[in-house]
Design a protein around this ligand. Sequence first.
Ligand code: ADP
Ligand code: MG
Length: 618
Amino acid sequence: MSKWGSSIFSFLFLVIGYLGETWFPFVVLGSNIWVLAYLLAYLIVGLPVLNKGWNLILKGEVFTEFFLMGLATLGAIFIGEFPEAVAVMLFYTVGELLQHQAVNKARGNIKSLLDLRPDKANVIRGDEIIILNPEEVSVGETIEIKAGERVPLDGVLVQQGGSFDTSALTGESKPLFKNVGEEVLAGMVNLESLNTIQVTKEFKASSLAKIIRTLQNASSRKAKTEQFIRKFAKIYTPIVTFLAIGLVGIPYLIVEDYQFKDWLYRSLVFLVISCPCALVISIPLGYFGGIGAASRNGILFKGSDFLDRITQITTVIFDKTGTLTQSPFEVQEVKENPQGAKDWMSLAATLEQKSNHPIAKALVKFVLQKKIPLLETEEMKEIPGKGIAGTISGKKVLVGNQLLLEENRIALPFGEENDAFTLIYVAVEGKYCGQFLIADQIKPDAKDTVIALRNNGIQEIFIFSGDKQEVTELVGNTIGVDRAYGGLLPEQKVSLWDELKTDQSRVTAFVGDGINDAPVLALADIGIAMGGMGSDLAIESADVVIQTDQLSKIIQAMEIGKATKSIVWQNIGMAFGVKFLVLSLGAAGIAGMWEAVFADVGVALLAILNAIRINKIF
Ligand code: ADP
Ligand code: MG
């Protein structure tokens, strides 16, 4: 039975019990038979809670909110207050359900942003084509992909080349032509002809599956304020339990005509009143409201704790290429070494076709526009922060920055340095052959984002880039950051970050897109990745993903974090205030169990309304 189903049944039995008891009192062997309806109503919703409490006790965690609810409701049953016992459990269950619905909605939003899971693969087995779920296809099998279909699994093209729309994976809207032998990835769309691929990875291992998995796990990390409930329960529950025991025991020593049953009753009433249901429900609800609002705006928070943390940032560090700058990266100029290999451009573009780096894409585009044919890669390796190396038709080819070529002891020409351009050198068989001069374009919202960050109280803003110092500084000066560090390798980005973190009071956000940013993205207090152009590794390592690559979304993410925080604290304040009031009224004998249950329902409803409010703001 679904949880909604059990809640409805429980409620029906509660009503049956109540109406029956009022209109057809029917007593068998001294007991009211309608009690059976109540007990059924209680068990349907109460058993899962009791079970959870019991399992936690077995793990050594005795004083949890489940223990308190269990004790209070079993006590209520013991003294014959059946409807109250049912009401507490029923209320808690419905509250949880509403909360889960909010989570699922947030996850649904996340998934629709990446709604790419292919649902079938046309597998060629012998003379037959069998339609299977991509998860059932093994490595080495051949599958057919019709024009317009989504590629279901990672594989290599076997019969002929074709154009593929890779936008879902890379954000690049321009179709990419793939030759025979080249890799196509699950999630791409086959644009032209009928194609066949040989599967190279199980669906589980495809990058698409990895992205989907990361996103689905998004809401499982808990925020500090949520952990606060656990800690709070650890203190609150024993206090309440011992007060309740005291309420039974102490009067025995003081009161003259001590009636055990009377005092037991009062103590159990006290327990029921003390159940912190509304508090337990309202805090996560606030966070899921925030996660949902953010995902609707194309900002994916991978856990509620990051909503908290993003409000505490003091230092923001940007990567440059692909983060502050964007395509079109254009090749502005080419310089050639007359003594070098003649087909160096073709060799360079052939290698770069394998890379997702924005510079690589610009280079391939440039070469293809010149109608230079590409070749087949035999072997290739991307060297983050430096470039790419590989073998084509037996020739060793290097494409990358000065560092990469110097490292390989390749003599570079002296020349007039042009500070504004990123230079990409090409060497074939150990010999310098030519260079591409590439200009990046600063994103239109970069400058305004820096200003807005400062207005939001961010004290320091830096750039950590793998590009030359001159280009990095030029970008830094244009958008107004405090310092721009260029020429950094991935591990140097990490050590520079380490240096910043020697000051413990700094809370750092790192914003990046590349493979070379992944280590810092994972280390930083909060890692923010560009989800459109960004590499899978960056997206996986980050805590927050910006689907549209817009820098201004960082400001919005911070605002959503702040709004969520204040809503959560309003809910905590309200739940506490009302609980305290009812407990005081209860101790004074003015409020009983029903008042407590209604107060909880009221608080929870207000908390839900309050949490929904965030959707109106963003
Ligand atoms: P940033 O840290 O600013 O994002 P990257 O670390 O991604 O920059 O790149 C740093 C430098 O490494 C680039 O400016 C380029 O010179 C070189 N580089 C990285 N990847 C490639 C590639 N696929 N092809 C050519 N050069 C590359
Ligand atoms: Mg980058």
